[in-house]
Design a protein. Structure first.
Length: 92
């Protein structure tokens, strides 16, 4: 991803918290789901991952982002799912 990435660490952290506050626990994953998104946290608490069926983004220590794919369609799908949560947060 370039510096022009639509993925911002602050937005991802807010989406993560929204999913943990409003999502459901699901057997088999150490995290929660809300709609098409899953959120999980690393054992150390410094790493979070947000994912849908097509792609994942991990926010590491110091807000560095790691993507599971470079497939633009998959990343666009993830971006759209995260935008829906951002819109929900903005409406509150």
């Amino acid at each position: 991803m370039t510096n022009e990435s639509p993925f911002k660490a602050a937005d991802l952290l807010r989406a993560f918290q929204w999913i943990f506050d409003n999502g459901k626990a699901v057997d088999g994953i150490d995290g929660r789901t809300f709609g098409p998104l899953s959120a999980s946290m690393g054992f150390d608490g410094y790493t979070i991952t947000l994912e849908n069926a097509h792609a994942a983004v991990t926010v590491n220590f110091h807000n560095t982002l790691v993507f599971s794919t470079e497939d633009k369609a998959a990343l666009k799908s993830l971006q759209q799912d995260l935008a829906a949560i951002k819109d929900e947060l903005s409406s509150r």
